[in-house]
Design a binder for this molecule. Structure first.
Ligand code: CTP
Length: 399
């Protein structure tokens, strides 16, 4: 994935300003980006913005001093993916009907790379039968079209026509660029904390942000898996293309896990499940009274242990997480045996740069046979890919 090349075509709509953020995200994802702008796009955003963000010269003309005469052939053929964002009704019509009257449209005529089109325009324009027919024609020819978002438009209208969030376009691009080595596999991931309610306004929870679990779900869907993400409350946006099941309590998580368990090849329990819940949940807000308050707690079900106990009837690779503040290896090893896991990812959550709420993680992977793999500090998305690599290898070994 790293180092793959994207040609980003920017056409003349107000959403061109969002394409600048897309370039930033693509570059951050270690992709090489070359930008081609139509002349009208340059009225909205100056090429210098894209040049600065991509680190490459922006192409605006088919022939000229700055461009080599063959760029309109090369660009669409040495790219791994072409993204047109925003795509105006004009460029959509030109691609559909084979018109090449500027750099971008000419380049698309000679392109061999996959094309991801992100239409953005006024809602009536988008819904115009001519534009819709052109989009249908392009889809039939294998062009990928990302549906625009609906809502407030810059022209004052309200409806379909907004350029999708650049983060969502990036996500779609990463899926298109990835090797689908998990295609045909169903992967369930749990993420985030659980909340255990005392009364309508108070609950007990923990510091889990859900970042590791969401990274796992994102990495798995990028690699072609069917993904179910069961998540406690977080501030994160679920990845696109997955089945998302939001829950609050451990009991709700247990019900959702059992509901979706059937047919899972890999189950990864990254959630920080609350081991206890208040014995009683009060219907009304508890009022203060005495100087101290004791809250009686009862044990929550251990969901992962339950999956381990019933593994014979539902064979799948079971991956646990061990959040520890001391005796990392010994505690993780106990959990792998007690819960019948294939592997456990041990996290020292007392570290500042790893564990809860951080974007990086440093973990040890411990296997059922006692092997330990010590991974250096890395981005959670990279940890996620490594965990999936290891889980897939275990799955391939037993099948
Ligand atoms: N887990 C679970 N259900 C629970 C508690 C934990 O499914 N009620 C899962 C977690 O999702 C994680 C693994 O079990 O994958 C280990 O969780 P952790 O909180 O580290 O340990 P516990 O088993 O709860 O043990 P302890 O809190 O005593 O360390």
């Amino acid at each position: 994935m790293k180092g793959k090349k994207i040609l980003l075509g920017v056409t003349g709509g107000i959403a061109a300003y969002k394409a600048a953020e897309l370039v930033r995200l693509l570059v951050k994802a270690d992709l090489r980006v070359e930008v081609a702008m139509t002349e009208s796009a340059t009225w909205f955003v100056g090429p210098l913005t894209f040049e600065t963000l991509s680190g490459n010269k922006v192409i605006t003309r088919t022939f000229g001093r700055a461009e080599t005469p063959r760029d309109h052939i090369r660009c669409g053929q040495d790219s791994d993916l072409i993204i047109i964002a925003p795509a105006t009704a004009n460029i959509i019509g030109k691609i559909a009907h084979g018109i090449g009257d500027d750099f971008l449209s000419t380049c698309l005529l000679a392109a061999t790379a996959k094309i991801l089109l992100c239409p953005a325009m006024n809602d009536r324009m988008f819904l115009n039968p001519a534009v819709q027919d052109n989009l249908d024609l392009l889809k039939k020819r294998g062009v990928l079209v990302m549906a625009p978002d609906s809502g407030d438009l810059a022209c004052g209208s309200d409806g379909p026509g907004r350029l999708p969030d650049p983060a969502d376009i990036l996500e779609r691009a990463l899926i298109l660029l990835s090797e689908p080595d998990l295609a045909g596999l169903k992967v369930m991931v749990t993420a985030g904390p659980t909340t255990e309610h005392m009364d309508p306004v108070r609950f007990i929870t923990n510091r889990s942000s859900g970042k590791m679990g969401y990274a796992l779900a994102r990495a798995a869907v990028q690699r072609g898996a069917e993904v179910v993400l069961i998540s406690g409350p977080t501030t994160l946006k679920p990845p696109t293309g997955i089945t998302f099941c939001p829950i609050n309590t451990a009991q709700e998580m247990k019900a959702a896990v059992l509901d979706h368990r059937s047919g899972c090849h890999i189950i990864i329990k990254a959630a920080a499940v609350s081991d206890y819940r208040p014995k009683e949940t009060f219907d009304q807000k508890l009022k203060k009274g005495a100087a101290t308050l004791s809250l009686e707690m009862v044990r929550n079900p251990d969901i992962l242990a339950l999956l381990g106990e019933t593994k014979k009837d539902h064979p799948s690779i079971l991956v646990g997480f061990a959040a520890e503040t001391e005796n990392l290896l010994q505690n993780a090893q106990k959990k792998i045996n007690a819960k019948h896991l294939d592997m456990i990812v041990a996290n020292d959550v007392s570290r500042k740069d790893a564990g809860f709420q951080t974007d990086t993680n440093a973990v040890k992977i411990i296997y059922g046979d006692g092997r330990v793999e010590d991974l250096p500090l890395m981005a959670k998305i990279d940890v996620a890919h490594l965990i999936l690599d290891r889980a897939k290898a275990l799955k391939d070994n037993i099948s």
